[in-house]
Design a protein around this ligand. Sequence first.
Ligand SMILES: NC(=O)C1=CN([C@@H]2O[C@H](COP(=O)(O)OP(=O)(O)OC[C@H]3O[C@@H](n4cnc5c(N)ncnc54)[C@H](OP(=O)(O)O)[C@@H]3O)[C@@H](O)[C@H]2O)[C@@H](O)CC1
Ligand SMILES: Nc1ncnc2c1ncn2[C@@H]1O[C@H](COP(=O)(O)OP(=O)(O)O)[C@@H](O)[C@H]1O
Ligand SMILES: [K+]
Length: 505
Amino acid sequence: MRYLVNSEEMKRCDGNTINEFGMPSLVLMERAALAVYEELVSGGFDLSRVLVVCGSGNNGGDGFAIARLLHLSGKRVDVLFAGKPESLTEETQIQKKICENYGVNVGSNLNISEYTSIVDALFGVGLSRNIEGRYAALIGDINRSGIPVLSVDIPSGISADSGHVMGTAVKAAKTVTFAFEKIGHILYPGSEYCGELKLCAIGIDDRGFMGQVPGAFTWEESDIPKLLPERKAYSNKGTYGRGLLAAGSRDMAGAACLAGKAAYKTGTGLVRIYSEDCNRQILQTLLPEAVLTSYRKGEEGAALADALQWADACAVGPGLSVSSEKLEILQTIIRSGDIPAVLDADALNLLSVHMELLEGHRQPLILTPHIGEMARLTGIKKEELILDLPGYCHDFARKNNVVCVLKDARTVVSDGKSIYINTSGNDGMAAGGSGDVLCGLILGLLAQGIPPFRAATAGVYLHGLAGDDARRRCGARGMLAGDIAESVGAVMSWDTEDGRASQAK
Ligand SMILES: NC(=O)C1=CN([C@@H]2O[C@H](COP(=O)(O)OP(=O)(O)OC[C@H]3O[C@@H](n4cnc5c(N)ncnc54)[C@H](OP(=O)(O)O)[C@@H]3O)[C@@H](O)[C@H]2O)[C@@H](O)CC1
Ligand SMILES: Nc1ncnc2c1ncn2[C@@H]1O[C@H](COP(=O)(O)OP(=O)(O)O)[C@@H](O)[C@H]1O
Ligand SMILES: [K+]
């Protein structure tokens, strides 16, 4: 698990490390500068003539220290000081003075085009408003120059809190950040502006939070063993849960099949698909392992109540379609009581015009809207939602007492307390049916007894890993949602050495 911090959390951690643990600020700055220096000299940048662009804050202080280290190692380096002298922080003032004492050329009007590499130390996590005027012009010149840029901590102009471009921003080839990744490195468009992201330790760690841990986190590969449901040699299909999937309609049998397959591939003992009668043959052909309960129009009710009694967890929505009968199915599931349920796709479309169904619900609910569905659920425009995916996801989860999985290229999950931001997956997943696979995956984890927020976050992470595995096998353009479902099986064995070995093949 890795924390993802915002600027306030990072500053608090910096501050505690300096003021409570007594680590001098200039020592941290020196380590930050050394980390960037190491990255520069390890290759990838042409260091024949380096320009370090510095602001007045401590990001600029890192820049001056980097320039000094390059100068002392014999590189030709100049500093463009773009900040205001009267705003220099104490540390940056010291670093600037040291540079000048060593004879580093510090100017305020240098010709960018003469350099082979640029180090961007204009603004870091202290960026507090949109960039305008001469700073914006300078960033425009840097971007237009086409000279490779290494950004210190975060590309100047990217909000560490949201990944938004604050007016304008430096497009970096590489970004070296310190202690923790910031939310703005992970969310788009910030993620693209960073180029390759390198995280370096500089002597600040989570002890610096002093018990007040950050609100956001992401899973990583070392977490896989604890995210997967347990397997036992002495077991049978009853050991691994029963998942009920209410999905599919006349024109959308495939969605039920993809979700059902993904649920099985997580290791679920039994998956029952509750679908329209006309899908019976196709589902039995495509997913013979599934138990089927089918219904004719007008006869939806009775069999569903029995199936809900049978199940340990339920998912509703993939390919369900929208009608008054389907609304009754959703109503029955939400009112049925106690098993955890995933509401996806058409279940969310039905819900968006019947939000009263969520009032006073008793069982744990996981809602998995993409941004369009979230806009329908909340009445908030898509353009508004993308400005703050974590904030809207968190608020929706808290207000409705649900787990919200807000799907995007960086999916955000919240239970109204913590925020998970996903870092697995790829653009090959931007194709019809990927969401159905996610729904089935979460259902499978729930059916095996994984608690709702863990099932949602682990489901999203494993889904992305399955997407990455599918891309390795089929390529981003060639992969289909069925390939992601297929790869779920491989990813679910990555907690064992054999599983890892097959991943490497
Ligand atoms: N010891 C530590 O703490 C460590 C910190 N470290 C480094 O410090 C960085 C954080 O430093 P920081 O907090 O001083 O802020 P920073 O990013 O330099 O920006 C503040 C300056 O920008 C200005 N400014 C802001 N927005 C603006 C705008 N739109 N347009 C124009 N001006 C604007 C603002 O001006 P003001 O708002 O005061 O007018 C102020 O002058 C961090 O990212 C990391 O690199 C590392 O060395 C590790 C140890
Ligand atoms: N560019 C991308 N990078 C990573 N994941 C993506 C990307 N595009 C889509 N996805 C993932 O694919 C899934 C798409 O779900 P959804 O929009 O419901 O598709 P569908 O309705 O076609 O099944 C989501 O889990 C989303 O996070
Ligand atoms: K920067």
